[in-house]
Design a protein around this ligand. Sequence first.
Ligand code: GLC
Length: 438
Amino acid sequence: MPQVKKLLLIGVLYLLVIFMVACSGGNDAETDSSEGENNDENESASEEQVTIVYATGVDTTGATQSQIEAFEQIHPNINVEYREMPADTGQQHDQYVTMFGSQSPEVDVYNGDIIWAAEFAQANYALELDRFIEADGFNLDSHFEGPIQAGNYNGRQWALPIYMNASFLYYRTDITDTPPATWDELIEQAEEMQGEEGTEFGYLLQGSQYEGMVTNFIEIIASYGGSVIDENNNVVINSPETIQGLEKFAEIVQSDFVPGNILNFQEIETENAWIAGDAVFARNWTYMQSSSNDEERSEVAGNVEIAPIPAGDEGSTSALGGWMAMINRYSEHPEESWELVKFLASEEGQKIGAVEGARAPTVESLYDDPEVQEAGPLFSNPSFVEGLSVAVPRPVSPIYPEISEIIQIEVSRVLTEEQTAEQAVENMEAQLEEALED
Ligand code: GLC
């Protein structure tokens, strides 16, 4: 439909709604002052006061709250109730599976991990977004392709990206100016520098048996040329490269320069120890830039820089992470939910995430925005943006949770010295082949 006709139609519909509300004696016909991408926010959302529930994992940055406030200002008729979910992505996943498995409408919009779309689409937990995207002309092309693809399954779009994640090596500039470029250098420097400037540990990572450990594993094996499943869905995990990477991972986890309870470390434990000034180096996602330099929370503000994850024989790699906005298939407010999804994925919504939460936008143009550049040193660094585009994805599959569980169990048994890396890759190969055959 030509734009002018469309706007006219929207105008007429809008007046009609106001007229109807006025006739019914309603007093909540506030004008929606939205300035969304296409000025047609009112087309789908009704003007009735509606409350929707938005569920996201623990957000230590405060960006989610600001996004909600900005959204509510644009949409005075939509109230957003924020439901905090566990920080651990696997625990969030399981709670959603229980909720949506019983067709519960208790949550309307939720943040989905980049690894969930295939599974949630197939299980009918997500509302397909294509009709909304088309109706509003939402521009998918302004985003990086990887995260858009992550929300696409069977040619249909089930999720829109809110931010993407790559991991980095955080280091203390008051201890060193030359961060390690390889895993062997990391081991050497962590041993040597541990204890300087009041630190207790050389290095922090995520060793707990959960999804975050899988990302640590994926990137260290990839840095030696190893991977789990190839593009033709063949299991290729049983390789000398994967064994080498896994052995390096185990060597680091079993070293004296990581905390004794590193097998309980997830991102939150890493962040807490890091901002308390306990370590020289740490692996974490982009968001830790925000807390590292927060004068109120961090003991190390002003003394933190970021470098690429150390390299193996095949170079440095990061796992691709990130979060997407999805609508519960059983939501009773799909139109209003779409408005929130659209906002969170939009340039405006993502900018709040970047400025307040150091979350890496998927809208490419935001990397040229001065406020975004100011918020995180990484965002104005071209090699960072390039790094994001080459981050290694995890296997895309509707049975991803099963794949992850196999990796979690077998890799953990190497980290705890219950089996060798060779035994682990053999076990994983057999179990993954069986899981993928079903
Ligand atoms: C981050 C990533 C997500 C990943 C998780 C693992 O939240 O964005 O993709 O699964 O960490 O802990």
